[in-house]
Design a protein around this ligand. Sequence first.
Ligand code: HEC
Length: 130
Amino acid sequence: MLIAALLVCAAGTVDASARTDYLLHCAGCHLPQGKGVPPEVPTLVGSLGRIAASEEGRDYIARVPGASQAPITDAQLAAVLNWVLLEFNSETLPESFRPLTAREVGKSRSRVLSDPLKMRRTLWPDSAEY
Ligand code: HEC
């Protein structure tokens, strides 16, 4: 966790504004503590570490409509997603986790998912649904 936090700082992608952006653009649905309103709105707590461990998962979390269509820049979205991963998923995030970059998030979010649940079921058939 500490190492991941240091990496994020080194990459310059996280700061207090990531939390503010989360509260402004995500918390309306996912709630300030990230717990969501299952089954309509999934929790962002604990469930994303495993997903973010793969390239497909890194791509997926930037493509879900709520994230990809938020009115913020690629760098801001990368910072928000990194903040969500470190703040709410430190228990499940692999030690090898590298923070998302603005460039990779930009590439992913340009391909908004029309059916996020379908992709989730295909990629992680054994993972709990939200
Ligand atoms: C209008 C409500 C809404 C907003 C705002 C919103 N989301 Fe979501 N989010 C959802 C819903 C609903 C889903 C389930 C997939 C779907 O139907 O889009 C979801 C899914 C997700 C997932 C995938 C979770 C999983 O376990 O598969 C992530 C990650 C996510 N959102 C992150 C964010 C982030 C980051 C923001 C802010 C930039 C955000 N969301 C804003 C409603 C929202």
